[in-house]
Design a protein around this ligand. Structure first.
Ligand SMILES: *Cc1c(COP(=O)(O)O)cnc(C)c1O
Length: 459
């Protein structure tokens, strides 16, 4: 194959080979060591060369990627990866991503891609529906919950100041009335980052105390200051999985006579609303003004895919809209770039649409409920073996006490290859953090992984 412009036949052959290599990877995924061998990671230096001077045939490049790259991956798409809160691509999402990659659509505008703009809108609507959010809310796809938080908080800032008579859109923040921000003591770190990015400061917010699961305590809330106010709440504490008590907290926030906005960061936790048995865990979340969530976590859509949702999408458009004579804004057609900070963008809605169209309401409910039940099974196996679980396992998160030598136990587990879980801190102590969020994890996977965790702690 020459590196000059490929013939159609050569192009086709390249795609067939890519598909074969990808299929082999997927076939081996569940059985390979979850963490790559140190030698495979060391071999990555073969890809870290000076920029090649001459063109190379794309099959050679593909072979290099597969032969050197594939062994140095984390099997994070597989069933025994419990690190962070990830999820692995659902087959329907992967297949849609392949097709959508071939389409190479820019989802910024309906004029650029009717199909991408349409599916973007449908997928956002379906997600809002599954999460039990108010009819009429709207939003768009962004890279992840970090950007969803940032986008929502920019909108919140603009709106509360607009109500206070200040036009942030035109004037920025210099000279604006101060905004009072409240966050929980265990708000996700990206809330601080988002507050910093939108000019409200990483350290200016008043921190509300939390209980032992990281939920804001609704019983000792301060009196609200007489200022434009933003309250940041959380569905799904990144360690315990616990959600703030939204009903009393939102009631409290609404007692102010000042402009007020309530935002919920629900990257994975808001998905509890999609499973009837878990919905009570996020009761009242529909009372907020904006929500951030991820499709690439619990919905098992590929990276990167987050969603920002706002009760009144007109506010989002007011903050995020952009106009130029060459940007067609066809009435009645969705223009994704008018809802988020991005202009040109990947057609994220295609994969999310495909996974949702495949699973349906019941399938998503089973995905969420199944992971929760597997987390409970994991906690049970560990407890039976005399290992302590330190959180209340109500969702998909299990925090595990690590015994006499925590670092050594984690090292044994992570290099053992049976499963992979990360760590966090609880009350100043290193704990293992197990997140069950993959569609393909089975009860056998949980039992094998639990054995491996027990062995790593006991060794
Ligand atoms: C994962 C997570 C985030 C950040 O999400 P990204 O998709 O990595 O940007 C924010 N908040 C919470 C609660 C999370 O769990």
């Amino acid at each position: 194959m020459s590196s000059d412009r490929l013939t159609l036949a050569e192009h086709d052959q390249l795609l067939v080979e890519a598909a074969q290599r990808a299929r082999r990877y997927i076939q081996e995924l569940a059985d390979r060591p979850v963490a790559p061998a140190p030698e495979s990671v060391a071999d990555l230096t073969a890809l870290d060369t000076a920029l090649p001077q001459h063109s190379v045939d794309p099959q050679t490049v593909l072979a290099q990627l597969d032969e050197i790259g594939s062994p140095a991956t984390m099997a994070s798409a597989g069933p025994r990866y419990f690190g962070f809160v990830t999820g692995g691509t659902h087959p329907s999402g992967l297949a849609a991503a392949w097709l959508a990659s071939a389409w190479d659509q820019n989802a910024a505008l309906s004029a650029m891609s009717p199909v991408a703009a349409t599916l973007d809108g449908v997928a956002v609507r379906w997600i809002a529906d599954l999460l039990g959010l108010p009819a009429g809310c709207g939003g768009g796809f962004v890279t992840g919950a970090t950007m969803a938080n940032t986008t929502a908080l920019a909108c919140a800032r603009d709106r509360v100041l607009a109500e206070a008579g200040w036009d942030v859109y035109a004037q920025g923040l210099v000279g604006a009335p101060p905004i009072k921000v409240y966050v929980g003591a265990e708000a996700h770190t990206t809330i601080a980052k988002a507050l910093g990015l939108v000019g409200l400061g990483r350290d200016r917010a008043e921190v509300l105390p939390v209980d032992d699961q990281g939920r804001i305590r609704a019983t000792d809330l301060p009196s609200l200051e007489a200022r434009p106010t933003i309250v940041c709440l959380q569905a799904g504490n990144v360690n315990t999985g616990a959600s703030d008590p939204f009903v009393p907290l939102i009631e409290w926030a609404r007692t102010t006579s000042q402009p007020c906005w309530v935002h919920i960061d629900g990257a994975f936790g808001l998905w509890a609303a999609a499973a009837p048995e878990r919905r009570h865990l996020v009761a009242g979340s529909e009372g907020a003004d904006s929500w951030a969530t991820d499709a690439h976590k619990w919905l098992n859509v590929g990276y990167d895919s987050g969603v920002v949702l706002v009760r009144d999408p007109a506010h989002l458009q007011a903050s995020m809209g952009a106009t130029a004579s060459y940007l067609p804004n066809v009435a009645g057609q969705r223009q994704p770039m008018q809802y988020t900070p991005q202009s040109s963008q990947r057609a994220r809605g295609v994969e999310a649409w495909a996974v949702l169209a495949t699973l349906g309401r019941e399938g998503v409910a089973q995905l969420v409920e199944g992971c929760c039940q597997l987390a409970t099974r994991m906690a049970g196996r560990l407890t039976e073996a005399g290992i302590e679980v330190v959180n209340d396992v109500e969702l998909n998160q299990v925090l595990v006490r690590l015994g006499a030598d925590p670092e050594a136990a984690v090292d044994r587990l992570q290099t053992g290859g049976v499963c992979w879980a990360g760590t966090s801190e609880r009350d100043g102590e290193l704990v293992l953090r197990v997140s069950v969020s993959n569609w393909s994890t089975t009860s056998e996977d949980i039992d094998v992984a639990a054995e491996s965790i027990v062995a790593a702690i006991r060794a």
